[in-house]
Design a protein around this ligand. Structure first.
Ligand SMILES: Nc1nc2c(ncn2[C@@H]2O[C@H](COP(=O)(O)OP(=O)(O)OP(=O)(O)O)[C@@H](O)[C@H]2O)c(=O)[nH]1
Ligand SMILES: [Mg+2]
Length: 155
């Protein structure tokens, strides 16, 4: 999971893996959450790791089955960071499957600075899947991770 600081990477990851909001304790670089899911009749163990804010030099050379780029729909600067982050991720890591763009904090609709259409357009331009999520109210969190997992399993 990549994205600007405080977009909700930890909350999404922990909501999906442990059904807790908010996560307890700070983000620890390299910490892995896991959840076993059933995809196409097979049990798959998903391992979720998080880059520390936009600084992800420690992931250079890593190989992932999928990647999420997350922005905060109430913070435009986090959305504007997405194209350069996408290029950085693509050039530094091997992603052999789905990349997904997530617009998180969709529960804060009255504070929204990025529309759904803008997120969808950017995802289309970059060739990413797109969803808006809320880790707080657990909206589209399972769907986002399971979609990526299914795409990874098809590769
Ligand atoms: N309203 C709302 N707040 C959220 C949501 N997800 C996360 N937050 C809040 O956003 C803040 C940052 O969440 P984190 O999950 O720590 O963000 P992060 O991207 O992991 O941050 P770093 O690891 O520091 O880069 C916390 O105060 C969360 O409670 C959400 O879906 N809705
Ligand atoms: Mg975090």
């Amino acid at each position: 999971m990549f994205g600007a600081a405080s977009v909700g990477k930890s909350c999404l990851r922990v909501q999906f893996a442990d059904r807790i909001f908010p996560p307890r304790g700070p983000t620890l670089t390299g910490y892995v959450n896991s959840r076993i899911v059933c995809v196409g009749g097979a049990l798959v163990k998903m391992l979720l790791q998080e880059a520390d804010g936009p600084e992800f030099h420690h992931w250079h050379g890593h190989h992932f089955h999928g990647a999420f780029i997350v922005y905060d729909v109430t913070r435009r600067s986090s959305f504007e960071l997405v194209p350069s982050l996408f290029l950085d991720v693509r050039s530094s890591c091997t992603i052999n499957s789905a990349m997904v763009l997530l617009g998180n904090k969709a529960d804060k609709d009255c504070e929204r600075q990025v529309s759904y259409a803008e997120g969808d357009n950017l995802a289309n331009n970059l060739g990413l899947l797109f969803m808006e999520t809320s880790a707080l109210v657990e909206a589209m969190v399972d769907e986002a991770f399971l979609t990526a997992c299914e795409a990874a399993c098809l590769c």
